[in-house]
Every structure is written in C-alpha cells, then in structure tokens.
Design a protein around this ligand. Structure first.
Ligand code: SAH
Ligand code: SF4
Length: 377
C-alpha cells in the first residue's frame, strides 16, 4: 500500500538509525521536546519496531509529522527478496538512498534465527573466490544503514507473527537471536560504523541483543583485531583464514601481503590472551586449491594449542569464478586430520546456495542478468 506522503522524498530524509540516543535527544530538543520524549521515540524505534513515527505510542499529536519531515525509519528499500525452497533462508537485496545496493540474509535454525548483515557496499579486499570481492568497493555503510538491516528483518518477523503467517514450515524462533557481520564488506575497514551499530543494537533500553550473540568476521586486518581485543562488549571474532601459509594465502586473500600470517596469528594470540575468548577460523574449502591433507597438517600445526575453533565451509561457487567447492569426502578427510591434532573443527554448510546466499552473490546474479538484458536490447 502506498502511504500518503506529506513529507520529503525518502532520498532527502535522514536515516533515524544514524542517531544515537544523545543525538536524538538533541534533535527533539530542537523541536522543544524534553529528553523523556526522545527515550519514548527510541523505545518506539527499537522495542516496538515502528516502521513509521506515527505508529509510536503516546507521542504528542504533532510530533510524528515533525519527525517524519526530517527522518525516516525505512532507509533501505528492498528490491529483491528470495527464499530458499525449504523457507529456512531468506535473502534481501536492498537499495540505499544513493542507489548503492547491499544484501542481508536471515537463516532459521532450530533454536536460533541468525541474520547476516553487510558492513560496506562492495569490498576493497579483492578475494578472488568472493562475489563481493569480484564486484569491487562502492562505499562504507553508515551505522544506521547497518542497524536498519536488522530492524527490517525484526519487523518482518514481528509482522509475520501478527498476521499469523508462519515464515518457516516448522516452528522456529520468531525474533532475530544472532547477528553475524559476514555479509558484504570488511567490518574492520569500517570499524567505527560497525562498532557504533553494535553499541546501538546491544543498548538495553533499545534493541537489547546480547553482545555474545554477535560475531564479527574479518579477512585479517590486524589493527582491527587489536582494537577489538580491548572493546568492552563481548562480541565474538571470526577470522577468514582459508590458507595455512603465506604463498597460498597471498593468492586467496590478497590483504595477506600487508598482514602476513605471522602477524595475523600473533594478533589473534594477543586477542585471546586479552579476552580469554575463543576465536573461530573460517576456511572455505576449494577443490585442489587449499584442500590437500598436507595443508590440513600445516593448518593443524599453525593452530595447535590455541583457544580456537575451525569452521570448514565448502566453497559456494560464484558465477564467473574458476574456484570450485571441495568434495564432501575431501572435507571429511581434512576434518579428520585437524581433529587428530586436537584442533576443534566443524563443517558448516553454506545456507541457501540456490538463492545465492553466499557473500555478495544475489547482487552479482542480478548484475549479471542486468548485463544480459542490456546486451539484448
Ligand atoms: N569481509 C569479511 C566478512 C564478509 S565475508 C571476511 O572476509 O571475513 C564472510 C565470509 O564469507 C568470509 O569468511 C569469506 O571468506 C566467506 N566467503 C566469501 N565468498 C565465499 C564463497 N564463495 N564461498 C564460501 N565462503 C565465502
Ligand atoms: Fe571482502 Fe570478505 Fe569478500 Fe574478501 S571475503 S572480498 S574481505 S567480503
């Protein structure tokens, strides 16, 4: 349904999720409203999950219209939504006000509902097996653009509940219970915005999601790892490793030339020593590239004795990239080597391969289709 717009077009409205509580108090102060009103609006945004200021309970009659003249609670425009056949994975491609696009993916598990969010439009790190990396960098997201992805899905889940629609074939959590910063972009290349988003989402008077339910995944930017080690919030850290030696990692993860393995592992050790928290290493299994049992031995030696866990993920093949997933037999053999060395290891299947739920894939698919259409014209 089209809402009657007595306000500026969305493009010129500010994203309300870019305001922290202090800034919201200041904005409302300009409208001669007291700080308690700002807290009321804050609860409306993050607890009530209002999509429009008019929905927020108990505001003075003129306030929603005044707020709507400057701010929007819907800064992201969903342009493509795809659900997997089992309806346990749902992916949305969003357009930002300047036309850049990003993706977020919701994954239902038995007791969790995990949302994977983007931290940048595109990525500058250039990993050749990654759809986002192949697409290049567009721009950093603002904290509000990161937060708004979460609010979009939180509202969608709430609305499904209200409408009596089961989003999944079997009962599953009805709220976003976990957030992983593993969508498009490198979180530590946009550190301040990511951390501002985390603070906003963990705020007890607002969305109130536990920091321990969040995971930041990095390609291995050492300064970010060291910075995160002293953050007060207990967010989980995942490192995208993909190779146990520099010559292979230089190829698969080009930023390794700047932060080689010895430096990366030293930073992770320092992180563990400071936080006493277990770190996850992600290893995308690519057939004949990084899946030999010799490399498994090398990886085991690299990680042995660390408070760490390895996630082996058969690669999600990306259109236009020559990298292919390892066979399950090879993944199992690789796992066995790591476990024999006492390295805690699990195999994680990528969700929603058929909807391109790998990093940056939906955007890439649509870009490719668009190119084809353009050629045909
Ligand atoms: N830039 C960050 C976070 C986003 S990528 C990082 O690299 O960690 C999230 C995860 O998806 C990373 O572990 C990345 O290596 C992995 N990934 C990217 N493309 C993939 C693909 N085609 N198949 C499997 N995993 C992939
Ligand atoms: Fe960027 Fe992560 Fe993709 Fe590498 S894997 S290009 S760091 S999004």
């Amino acid at each position: 349904m089209r809402r009657k717009e007595n306000q500026q077009p969305r493009e010129t409205l500010h994203n309300a999720f870019d305001l922290d509580l202090e800034a919201l108090i200041a904005e409302l102060g300009r409208l001669d409203e007291k700080p308690f009103r700002a807290r009321q609006v804050w609860r409306g945004m993050y607890r009530q999950l209002a999509a429009d200021f008019r929905e927020i309970h108990n505001l003075p009659r003129s306030l929603p219209a005044l707020l709507s003249a400057h701010f929007t609670l819907q800064p992201l425009r969903p342009i493509v939504t795809e659900a997997s056949a089992d309806r346990l994975t749902r992916k949305v491609l969003f357009a930002l006000p300047d036309g850049a696009t990003i993706e977020a993916v919701l994954m239902f598990y038995e007791k969790r509902c995990t949302l994977c969010v983007s931290t940048q439009a595109g990525c500058a790190m250039g990993c050749p097996f990654c759809a986002t990396g192949l697409g290049g960098f567009v721009r950093d997201l603002t904290p509000g653009e990161i937060v708004a992805q979460v609010l979009y899905f939180a509202r969608w889940l709430r609305r499904s509940q209200w409408d009596g629609i089961q989003p999944t074939p079997m009962p599953r959590p009805t709220r976003v219970t976990n957030i992983v910063f593993m969508g498009m972009g490198e979180p530590f290349a946009n550190y301040d915005a990511v951390w501002a988003a985390i603070r906003r989402l963990t705020d007890k008077a607002g969305f109130n999601l536990g920091a321990r339910r969040m995971t930041v995944s990095t390609v291995g930017l050492v300064p970010g790892i060291l910075r995160m080690a002293v953050e007060p919030l207990q967010v989980n850290l995942a490192i995208s490793l993909h190779a146990p030696n520099d010559s292979l990692r230089d190829r698969l993860v080009p930023i390794n030339r700047r932060y080689p393995l010895a430096e990366l592992i030293a930073a992770v050790r320092q992180y563990i020593a400071t936080t006493n928290r277990r770190v996850t290493f992600e290893y995308a299994m690519m057939r004949t590239i990084n899946d030999s049992l010799l490399l498994a031995e090398e990886l085991a030696v690299l990680l042995r004795g660390m408070l760490a866990h390895v996630n082996l993920i058969p690669l999600n093949p990306v259109a236009g990239s020559p990298y292919q997933p390892s066979s399950m037999k090879q993944v199992r053999a690789f796992t066995a080597v790591l476990r024999r060395h006492g390295v805690s290891t699990t195999v994680r299947l990528r969700r929603g391969i058929e909807i391109g739920a790998g990093c940056g894939q939906l955007k890439r698919q649509h870009a490719l289709q668009f190119n084809v259409q353009q050629k045909e014209v």
